[in-house]
Design a protein around this ligand. Structure first.
Ligand SMILES: Cc1ncc(C[n+]2csc(CCOP(=O)(O)OP(=O)(O)O)c2C)c(N)n1
Length: 251
């Protein structure tokens, strides 16, 4: 679908206008959320004491064994922050899929900032002792894994093995065409075999006239446009093999 196919309604144009022109307050709070998330991520990786840096930092405050690295996390939390803004403005249903291998603490930090973490684990309180506990439990015996896992509130997949981010993303949108699956692919993850198959799906699921039919036929004939309605979700079809049978989602 191209931009010109969208035919924005007045409601949609108003929402797009708000999204494209954030107020100064909005930019400030987005930035503050992002920086808070980044701090909580760094703290999980490095700090075992002095969580709010009330004292000058010394080696005694640093964990003796570090796991992972910081590099991937600001990108993940940046995307998360802006996706949250989109949801707040539009009520868009979204699924966030974090592929990079060391992004776990960024997603745990997001859950903590949203208070979902404390709701699930009341011992990890929204204060200084709670932040200390959040930091100490990360990748520690008796604590939580370094990746997004079953212990992460809202998670639907045990991480730790790279390669499944696009499998989940495509599976989710094929079941629910109104969903946005926001998949972040790690560059290391991109070298795994499981990512190769779903990576190719993107060629056939792009609703353009030249893309291949959704079905397994090899026709490159122009397809009818994507039609969406709540009672019949009809996927793109090529007009040859799929002329008679619309492919309906199972839900
Ligand atoms: C299938 C598989 N192979 C190897 C690993 C070991 N491993 C954990 S993280 C990582 C690096 C992943 O790189 P990237 O996806 O770029 O994530 P980033 O390091 O940027 O967070 C590797 C190789 C793994 N977890 N799963």
């Amino acid at each position: 679908m191209t931009g010109t196919d969208l035919h924005p309604t007045p409601v949609l144009s108003e929402a797009m206008d708000r999204l494209c022109h954030p107020s100064a307050d909005e930019v400030e709070s987005l930035d503050a959320w992002w920086r808070a998330n980044n701090y909580l991520t760094v703290g999980q990786i490095y700090l075992m004491a002095n969580p709010l840096l009330r004292e000058p930092l010394t080696a005694a405050h640093i964990k003796p064994r570090l796991l992972g690295h910081w590099g991937t996390s600001p990108g993940l939390s940046f995307v998360y922050a802006h996706a949250s803004r989109l949801i707040r403005h539009t009520n868009q249903e979204m699924l966030y899929l974090a592929g990079p291998g060391h992004g776990g603490p960024a997603l745990v930090a997001a859950g903590y900032l949203e208070a979902a973490y404390t709701e699930t684990y009341p011992g990890v309180t929204l204060d200084e002792p709670g932040i200390r506990r959040l930091f100490r439990q990360f990748s520690a015996p008796g604590g939580i894994p370094s990746h997004v896992s079953v212990t992460t509130p809202g998670s639907i997949h045990e991480g730790g093995e790279l390669g499944y981010v696009l499998v989940h993303a495509f599976g989710a949108v094929m079941d629910n065409p109104d969903l946005i699956a926001l998949a972040v692919v790690g560059d290391g993850e991109a070298e795994t075999a499981p990512l190769e198959g779903p990576g190719k799906v993107s060629r056939s699921s792009t609703p353009s006239a030249t893309a291949r039919c959704y079905r397994s036929c090899t026709s490159t004939a122009p397809r009818s446009p994507v039609r969406r309605s709540s009672d019949a979700r009809i996927l793109p079809r090529c007009g040859r093999c799929c002329r008679a049978t619309a492919i309906r989602s199972s839900r």
